[in-house]
Each structure stands twice: as C-alpha cells, then as structure tokens.
Design a protein around this ligand. Structure first.
Ligand code: ATP
Ligand code: MG
Length: 423
C-alpha cells in the first residue's frame, strides 16, 4: 500500500513554488521598506500559550489545535497562529526595553489547524504576519493596514475590499458586553452549546458564530459602534482619516468582531471581491490587542498586527486571472561529446556557477541532439558545445539560441566571456 499526503496539506511543486517565492520576496521587500524585522519563533509552543494568547473560547483553541504530549510529559501544540508566540517572545526577551520603539516585527511560516479541509482552508498553511508593539497611535494602525493592502496591490490584485470596525477601549467594551448579555440571555436556550458557553465568558463571540448566524436576535444585537466612548470614537475617526489620506478605500462593518478579551479598538479584514473566489473570501485579518502582553506576564503594551495566508493570496490571484511573471530559463547548457569533454564540463560548470551563471549539463549520457532538446526544455539562452576535438584545441563553441548565431571561444576565456555577455 502506498502512503499519501495527510488530509488538508499540500505539496508545492516546482512550477508552482515560484509563485510562493515571489510573494514571499515581495513581503520581505515591503517589510524592509516599512521597517519591520523578521522574527522566527518555534513551530511548537507550550499549549498554555495558545489557551491564554489566543483565548480558550475561540474555535482555534477549542477545536483546531494539534496538541501532543512529548516524551517528557509536556503538553505542546503546533502553532495555529503567530501573534501569541511573537508577544511571548516580546515579553520573554524584554523587547519592551529596546531603545527603538515601537518594536516592529514580521513572521512567515507554517501554521497548523485541525479544520475541515476545503478550498482556501488547509490543515497546514503558511502565514505572513506583522506585529507592531509599543505604540498607541492610530497612525501605526493605518501603517499596518496599508502594508497588507500594498502587498496585495503590488502583486496585481485589484478586487480588494477592506472592512474595518472598532471594538473600543475597555470601558466601551464592558458597556457593550453587558448589553450583549442582556440581549441574548432571555433566549440563550435557542442557541448552540458553544454560544451558551460564550454568553458568560465572551458574548462578543456569539456574533461570530457560524451555526446561529441567522437567528433573529443576531440582527437586532446591540452594535459596538453605539457603545464607543469619546476616546474610542476619536481613535476610530483618526484611523479613518489616515486611511482616507492614504487613499485606501474601506467600509465600516459594526459586525466585524475578533472576539478576544484583550482585543480593542481597530479590527479589520481584507477580502477578495473577485468572482469565483468561493465562499471563503477573507484574505487577511488583523487588529489591535492592547491587553495581550500583560496577559503574557509583561508590562502593559499596546500592539497591533495582521496575518494572511499565502494559500488564499494565491487563490485570489487565480480568481482575478493574474499570472505572476516567473523568471524561467537558464543562462547556459553545456553540451559535451566524448569522455574527456564530459569530464571537463564538471569543472567548467563549477567555474560558471561560481561566476554567477546558471547552467546545466547532461547526466544521462545522451547524444548531442538529445542534449540540445534538454537545453530547449530548460529554456537555455546559450548552448556551449564541447567535443574532445575542441578540447584538444582549447576551444568551445557557443550558440545563441535566440538568434542561432555561433561563435568559437578560447576555452580559457570562456567564463569571463560569458560573464561579460550576461552584463
Ligand atoms: P476564517 O474565518 O476563514 O477561519 P480565521 O478568523 O480563523 O479565518 P485568522 O486566525 O484571523 O483567520 O487568520 C488570518 C488569516 O489566515 C486568514 O485571513 C486567512 O488568510 C488565513 N487562514 C486562516 N486559517 C486558514 C486555513 N485553515 N487555511 C488557509 N489559510 C488560513
Ligand atoms: Mg478559522
């Protein structure tokens, strides 16, 4: 019996992987411009980190974690998201003491969630995310949002929709929370078990329920917008002013919630509006989490970030019919005939490669004609032909595959000649 790939995972093969590399490179390039630095945290963490850092009323913690016990009896979990670990590291490494504040970090790597696999939903997926810790200025919220938007735009996406909301500060949220409890309590029996548990722990999450979202009480539920105090309103207005200044279009959706206790003020999602993108349209989610560092045992530190998966990024490109320009083809194929010539190419390849030339040769003992065919398949710009006779005369024959033009070059000068040609 053969073994197949685990459910909800994928092999990214050559031909496809180049798209990933382009997106990843663009993300790194933008982070450099925006001055976010990379942080790499472990793929697994103590399970408690996510119970605390993501919230034990969330779907992630309740249903989706890959948790296991190691041989030492510790409960560990494959990371389902990136923020918790970044904030853990921020606290543990005392980054709050760095002279440069806010601390602006980004991460990129695989995340793991035990979900029902479907289009755009995998059990292992790659997230790119940023976190800015230490500033409470709405300008940084706007910066974080613009970084995500610009990444999508620079890769060619046009059908984007930015949705924002404010969850307010602690005071506003407490007032809203009480209103939600009063609203749902009398008829909570009509809701799913998850929602019944959420009522006391985190009633905001009821609004996010996928099972009960059509219940009539959902439509009449008190909106956070009506509970924002003056400070929260001013913060939200400032953010909108900055987004407008940056010419980033947005819509305000008071039902957009990211229901962790320490989430506050800004919440946002970027969706794809492209036809045929499918049921799952969210490309990126983010928000402000001013209480999280304290929850992790650090000093009170404001923070904001987002996370997006490369999988959904690529799906959105496909839905908009965008083919990324993939730079394919090699500089030179070394075709050899005869034993001595073949031996000689071993060293010549090495010299070319060290000189920055991408090149390939035959390893299957093919005839010259078949070697030319292989060169074609590799999209070689040049084919250099070396026979034992040329070798004896210290010459090599170089053919430009685009023009058909051929020249004979001194073998000792070949690498330099080629370097010059590339320039
Ligand atoms: P959803 O409502 O789609 O489950 P979420 O709220 O669980 O999203 P977040 O935890 O905010 O998503 O993750 C941020 C981003 O990571 C999402 O916007 C999406 O791009 C991506 N993402 C989340 N889960 C998956 C998954 N299982 N497969 C691929 N991408 C994912
Ligand atoms: Mg999810």
């Amino acid at each position: 019996m053969s073994i197949s790939i685990p459910r909800g995972t994928q092999d990214i093969l050559p031909g496809e992987v180049e798209k990933w590399q382009l997106i990843e490179a663009k993300a790194r390039e933008l982070c450099e411009k925006y001055q976010y630095q990379e942080i790499r945290t472990p793929i697994f963490e103590q399970t408690d980190l996510f119970a605390r850092g993501v919230g034990d009323t969330t779907d992630i913690v309740q249903k989706e974690m890959y948790t296991f016990e190691d041989r030492g009896g510790r409960s560990l979990t494959l990371r389902p998201e990136g923020t918790a670990a970044v904030v853990r590291s921020f606290v543990e490494k005392k980054m709050f003491g760095y002279p440069n504040q806010p601390v602006k970090l980004y991460y990129m790597g695989p995340m793991f969630r035990y979900e029902r696999p479907q289009a755009g939903r995998f059990r292992q997926f790659v997230q790119f995310g940023v976190e800015a810790l230490g500033s409470n200025d709405p300008a940084i919220d706007a910066e974080v949002i613009s970084l995500a938007m610009n990444l999508y735009k620079e890769m060619g996406l046009k059908k984007l929709k930015l949705v924002i909301n404010s969850l307010g500060d602690k005071e506003s949220r407490t007032a809203h929370r009480n209103a939600l409890v009063n609203h749902f309590q009398p008829r909570i029996g009509e809701f799913c078990q998850d929602c019944q548990n959420r009522l006391e722990k985190n009633p905001l999450r009821i609004l996010d329920c996928k099972q009960d979202h059509n219940h009539e009480l959902m439509k009449t539920a008190p909106s956070i917008i009506d509970y924002l105090n003056d400070d929260s309103k001013a913060y939200f207005e400032k953010l909108q002013q900055y987004l407008t200044q940056l010419e980033i279009e947005f819509v305000v959706d008071p039902n957009l919630v990211r229901g962790l206790d320490y989430y506050n003020h800004t919440a946002f999602e970027i969706m794809s509006d492209a036809e045929g993108f499918g049921a799952i349209t969210t490309l990126c989610g983010g928000g402000r989490y001013n209480g999280l560092a304290e929850e992790m045992g650090g000093p009170e530190t404001p923070g904001i970030g987002f996370a997006m998966s490369i999988e959904r990024f690529i799906a959105a490109l496909k839905a908009e019919g965008i083919e990324l320009e993939i730079n394919q083809g090699i500089d030179c194929y070394l075709a050899a005939l005869g034993e001595e010539a073949k031996d000689y190419t071993v060293g010549l390849l090495q010299k070319l490669r060290l000189a920055g030339v991408s090149c390939e040769r035959d390893y299957l003992n093919r005839k010259v004609k078949a070697q030319f065919k292989a060169a074609d398949r590799l999209n070689a710009k040049y084919v250099a032909v070396l026979g034992d006779e040329e070798l004896a005369n210290n010459k090599i024959n170089l053919k430009n595959m685009a023009t058909g033009e051929q020249v004979e070059i001194d073998l000792t000068q070949f690498v330099e000649y080629f370097q010059e040609l590339k320039r």
